[in-house]
Design a protein around this ligand. Sequence first.
Ligand SMILES: [Zn+2]
Length: 329
Amino acid sequence: MLHHEYHRLLEALSELNPAQIEDAQTKLLDLRRKTEAISEIEARAKQGAKCPFCGDDQRQKWGRTRTKIQRYRCSGCKKTYSGRTGSAIARIHRPDLFMVALRDMLGASAPKSVRELARHLGIDKQTIWRWRMLVFSIIDSGSAAIFSGIVEADETYQRESRKGSREWVRHFADPQNVPMPARPRWEDYTTKGLKMMRGLSRWQLPILTVADRGGARRFQRLSNRKGATLERAMKPLVPSDAVLCSDGANGYASLAAKRGIEHFVVGSKAGTRVAAGCHHIQNVNSLHARYKAFIKPFCGPATKNLNGYIRWLEVRLSGMKPAEVIRAS
Ligand SMILES: [Zn+2]
């Protein structure tokens, strides 16, 4: 909007009646939500006022980009840039819709499916999928949860998935040069009558979950089910003065013994679930339940993306705001 038109609008505002003011306020709030992403992006440029190309801090305002973000021109190298130049969200055409998708990912209710969200926003499902993967890459930096006091630990499992993998297709297309993949397709268990293993097979991937009573929570993929792997993963998480509660698996027991950590072992059967007083692993068990509920609608995400999904749940539980994701990109 042109400068003088804008001023005329502001002047006209004083003639509104109370009902119209209320109406206009709702409208403005709605617009404010739509441009929240842009406000966040501009705030980034205001903080670190340095050229992303040469690091010069001298610049002048240089109009707005097509997505209505403030553009600057560097006085040193004469290149133009905005708050998102060089960031992970630099090439998003619709920051407003991206913000809606982000709000859906981090909101209190269960996230919509990719297709549902695409239909809702009127854009292609591939775009939503790419945005989701983009958010995964932004939040990937890993949680910095620090544990203290009574620390509970346990593992949950996720079936390995090669969803979207072309390995069998490639093998059938060129059986001479492409060897047969190591793992049968799940459908082979029914069509070829392969024997399905009961319980934990090597295709069940362990995920370590740790929680303390202060609300710190962590999910971490383990490469295998060996005690040594578990011990190595737990080592940096549990301080020496903590009290560890677990199901007594080898990794936990030997870590506690080596570091002199007080260790309470709880059983899985009714009546043995609480070792003494407040020593139980019911917080991690409820985390497992939340994990299962969260992951179920995705029908077994591809294992190559599993870390992203785990981190996504962690971020949801931590109550991270969409604006923080934009700032971290
Ligand atoms: Zn520059």
